[in-house]
Design a protein around this ligand. Structure first.
Ligand SMILES: O=C(O)CCC(=O)C(=O)O
Ligand SMILES: [Fe+2]
Length: 340
């Protein structure tokens, strides 16, 4: 139901798709919003980035926005997965929390730095006196992969912008699609065990709950292990050696095989990003940790929206993967003279 309405919204945008799109109240008159709200929609310009994501111009996030504009921005996030709002100046912690709540209640699982402007704002920095350091540096990930339902959205505002220190984003649908068939079949069988074990295992490849597209639930630096073929008769824990090899392979996919798909966001003062956290992986570049004396103070405010969906594998895919494994395992054993 949700998914269908999300896609009908996307189709409305596709009708008017162009490299540079001017969204106005009149364009949105074909939608299902109340007329009064539509009339009040603000025009803005959308410049799509090469592979995914778009830059938004003409919106001041510090101001209260008409309901119709908020609705349009939410649809843009679903469609483009990453929205970069330039030239926003300083958005207060309270306002960032308000914007984040467009997407649902917030979930804040992090260490609360004393300088954080709001209990729901994660203050990230290259100076421990200013914010939490080392964030996003343990490997490619989605935020909140350890939660039963990973965060649905992550919002990032560069509060103090250094001269270096990008955040890299990867489009997970394209990453999955780029996997060679054998590797894809292997990943289809994997479930991730977060290093916070009580949270249970998550399918590595699963269906984005709103778009139905393939995506990944993962954190290459916060994984305790993998389970093969979870919930099937073939279920077994990956050995530590297998897990090490799988992590190295995944790392290689992001840093090498899919390097051409990555968007490296070079922060400019006033940047504010809204991301579909379930659709994108990300990692902070090593330069994010360079000291303030060298690159200037880096302070980023991050907010995260509570997930509503526990990652679920498409049952048919899981059964097929496990059946294929059972068959190939049997064939292999027969070749080796094992009657089982
Ligand atoms: O500092 C960054 O560029 C991103 C850090 C990160 O992964 C996060 O805040 O979730
Ligand atoms: Fe992160």
């Amino acid at each position: 139901m949700l998914r269908a309405s999300a896609w009908s919204a996307i189709r409305r945008f596709e009708l008017s798709a162009a490299r540079c799109l001017l969204v106005s109240g009149s364009l949105r008159a074909s939608g299902s919003m109340p007329a009064a709200a539509e009339a009040a929609a603000l025009p803005y310009r959308l410049d799509p980035l090469p592979i995914f994501g778009a830059e938004v111009h003409g919106i001041d996030l510090k101001e209260e926005l008409p309901e119709a504009t908020v609705a349009a921005i939410k649809e843009e996030v679903l469609q483009h997965r990453l929205l970069v709002f330039r030239d926003q100046g300083i958005v207060s912690g309270d306002r960032q929390v308000e914007i984040s709540r467009w997407f649902g209640p917030l979930e804040s699982t992090f260490y609360k730095h004393p300088l954080s402007p709001h209990p729901d704002v994660f203050r990230v920095s290259n100076d421990p006196a200013q914010g939490c350091t080392g964030v996003g540096r343990t490997g490619w990930h989605v935020d909140g992969s350890f939660q039963p339902a990973p965060f649905s959205h992550a919002l990032y505002h560069i509060w103090s912008c250094p001269s270096q220190g990008d955040t890299a984003f990867a489009p997970l649908r394209e990453v999955v699609a780029a996997l060679p068939p054998q590797q894809r079949a292997c990943w289809e069988r994997l479930w991730m065990l977060s290093d916070r074990r009580s949270r249970g295992a998550k399918p590595l490849i699963y269906e984005h709950p709103l778009t139905g597209q393939d995506t990944l639930c993962f954190h290459l630096g916060m994984i305790d292990g993998f389970v093969w073929d979870m919930g099937t008769p073939q279920e077994r824990a990956a050995t530590p050696a297998e897990a090490r090899q799988l992590l190295a392979e995944m790392e290689r996919v992001f840093t090498h095989d899919c390097a051409h798909l990555i968007y490296r966001h070079k922060w400019r003062p006033g940047d504010f990003i809204i991301s579909d956290n379930l659709a994108l992986g990300h990692e902070a570049a090593p330069e994010t940790q360079l000291p303030p004396e060298q690159v200037g103070l880096r302070v980023m405010h991050r907010t995260t929206v509570a997930g509503q969906f526990v990652p679920r594998k498409r049952a048919a895919v899981q059964q097929a993967a496990a059946a294929a494994e059972a068959t190939s395992g049997r064939a292999e054993r027969q070749q080796q003279g094992d009657p089982a």
